[in-house]
Structure formats: structure tokens, C-alpha cells
Design a protein around this ligand. Structure first.
Ligand code: AP5
Length: 245
């Protein structure tokens, strides 16, 4: 069996084809959604994103993950971003706005998107509004991961990541089956360079000074749902489900 676009479907296992077909059928009945997840480092944005993505067939655009990939590939973007990221400061608005502008046009974002870690300044929020206006769309909902700073150090210093997939674990709250090893691939987990108590201070400072005003920007538009991000992950997931239903 050969398709007209040059992809030989004969080589794709039947189970994979069926799974993809079922996924597409399920997705066709889902409403489009354009969501923003905002909250301080360690508040749970990356933890909750995969469930929202699967439930609503959205693409997940995490500017932090995209920037880290650029840093490790040593692209011109990564070279520009590295210094600010290592210090826990924000990279320039122009760099991240460019990444998002390109990413939201991808076919995988057709049913909508989850923006995780963007916008982080009011300028980024305004630029996003301009991009969406050109497409004739707008943000439907902003999920505000509200949490006290005091809880975040334990979450950040205990986090381990699988860099290729972005899966995150926690030594206490979400341990892998085998310490230091990804459950799915068996590959080693790493700790992010900025996941230490010292850099966390700068990241929190940046959040309160530059990103808190973004929440206020969307509160004025009446589209913010405040979550109790200090609760266990399952309870936060239930709050999200309620907010999005
Ligand atoms: P980024 O990668 O976006 O980092 P962040 O915002 O600091 O967010 P985190 O990924 O640290 O936290 P999270 O909320 O996803 O937490 P997680 O779910 O993993 O940004 C990194 C850097 O990139 C920035 O400092 C900046 O330099 C740059 N950058 C990125 N975007 C930018 C932008 N738009 N503009 C400019 N610069 C930008 O959870 C943390 C841990 O806690 C995990 O181990 C998890 O298992 C655990 N956990 C999660 N939920 C719970 C729970 N409910 N109970 C107990 N444990 C939990």
C-alpha cells in the first residue's frame, strides 16, 4: 500500500495505523483550545501539560524546552540564550516571540496549543495577541498555577528530567521505577543546570517582577482560572479538568 505523498504506509505496523486513526477520530470531536499555563518555576506546568495535551489533542509548546534544545545543539539562538538561562534570567522577548510565532503555525497545533512558560512578560503577551489576531483566533483560557514560593525549592532541587522527551520525575513526589533511569526508554535522567537553590532565587525574582504582571493582564480580560498548585498532582489535574470543561 503506497500513499500519494511518497510515504510507504505498507511499512507502518497495523497497530500503529489503527492507534493513529482512533486518535484522529477522537480528536475530531474535541473543541479547539488555546491555553496558557503560567506559574513560577516548579509549580507543575510541565507535569500537567501531557495530560491536557492528550485529552484535548493540542500541541505543547514549552519555551524552556525549546531553548534548552537550542542550547544543547549550540544553534545561534541557543548561544544567545544560554547566558541568561544559566543565571535564571529571562532571555530577550524577540528571541522567544520568534520561536512561538513559527511554532503555532505547525500542523500539530491545528486543534490549538498549550503555551507553557510563554508569555512571561507583558510585551510577549501583547505580541502574542497580535499574532493570534492575524490568524483570527485568541487565547481561550489562562491557567494560573498559584503556589507559595516556600514550597518550590524542594520541588526544584528534587527534579530529574529525561531530556529527549521532557518527562520529569521527582525523587520524593514522582520517583522513577529505577532511581536515575527513565521509566519509558531506560535512558539516564539528568538534573537541569538551573535547578539549584541559588539560581532558583533569580528565577523567582524574575517571575514576580516580570511574569506576575502577565497574570494581571489576562485577569483584566476575564480568562484566568486560579489553581491550587500546592496540592498533590492528581488534585491539580482534577481542578484543570473542571476549569476546561
Ligand atoms: P522553563 O523551562 O520554562 O522553566 P520554569 O518556568 O522555571 O518552569 P519549570 O520547568 O522549572 O517548572 P514547571 O512548572 O514546569 O514544574 P514541573 O512540572 O517540572 O524556563 C527555563 C528558562 O528558560 C527561564 O529561566 C528563562 O531563562 C528561559 N525562558 C523560558 N521561557 C521564556 C520566555 N517566555 N521568555 C524569556 N525567557 C524564557 O514540576 C517541578 C517538580 O515538582 C517535578 O519534579 C515534579 O515531579 C514535581 N511536581 C509537580 N507537580 C507537583 C505536585 N502537585 N506535588 C508535588 N510535586 C510536584
Amino acid at each position: 500500500m503506497a500513499s500519494t505523498i511518497g510515504l510507504d504506509l505498507g511499512n507502518v505496523p497495523s497497530l500503529d495505523l489503527m492507534t493513529e486513526l482512533l486518535r484522529r477520530m477522537k480528536c475530531s470531536s474535541k473543541p479547539d483550545k488555546r491555553l496558557i499555563l503560567v506559574g513560577p518555576p516548579g509549580s507543575g506546568k510541565g507535569t500537567q501539560s501531557p495530560f491536557i495535551k492528550d485529552e484535548y489533542c493540542l500541541c505543547h509548546l514549552a519555551t524552556g524546552d525549546m531553548l534548552r534544545a537550542a542550547v544543547s545543539a549550540k544553534t545561534p539562538l541557543g548561544i544567545k540564550a544560554k547566558e541568561a538561562m544559566d543565571k535564571g534570567e529571562l532571555v530577550s522577548d524577540d528571541l522567544v516571540v520568534g520561536i512561538i510565532d513559527e511554532a503555532i503555525k505547525k500542523p500539530s497545533c491545528q486543534k490549538g496549543f498549550i503555551l507553557d512558560g510563554f508569555p512571561r512578560t507583558v510585551v510577549q503577551a501583547q505580541k502574542l495577541d497580535e499574532m493570534l489576531e492575524k490568524q483570527g483566533t485568541k487565547i481561550d483560557k489562562v491557567l494560573d498555577f498559584a503556589i507559595d514560593d516556600a514550597i518550590l525549592e524542594e520541588r526544584i532541587t528534587g527534579r530529574w528530567m529525561h531530556p529527549a522527551s521532557g518527562r520529569s520525575y521527582h525523587t520524593k513526589f514522582a520517583p522513577p521505577k529505577v532511581p536515575g533511569i527513565d521509566d519509558v526508554t531506560g535512558e539516564p535522567l539528568i538534573q537541569r543546570k538551573d535547578d539549584n537553590a541559588e539560581v532558583l532565587k533569580s528565577r523567582l525574582e524574575a517571575f514576580h517582577r516580570q511574569t506576575q504582571p502577565v497574570i494581571d493582564y489576562y485577569v483584566q480580560k476575564g480568562i484566568v482560572n486560579k489553581l491550587h498548585a500546592d496540592k498533590p498532582a492528581k488534585e491539580v489535574a482534577a481542578e484543570i479538568q473542571k476549569a476546561l470543561s
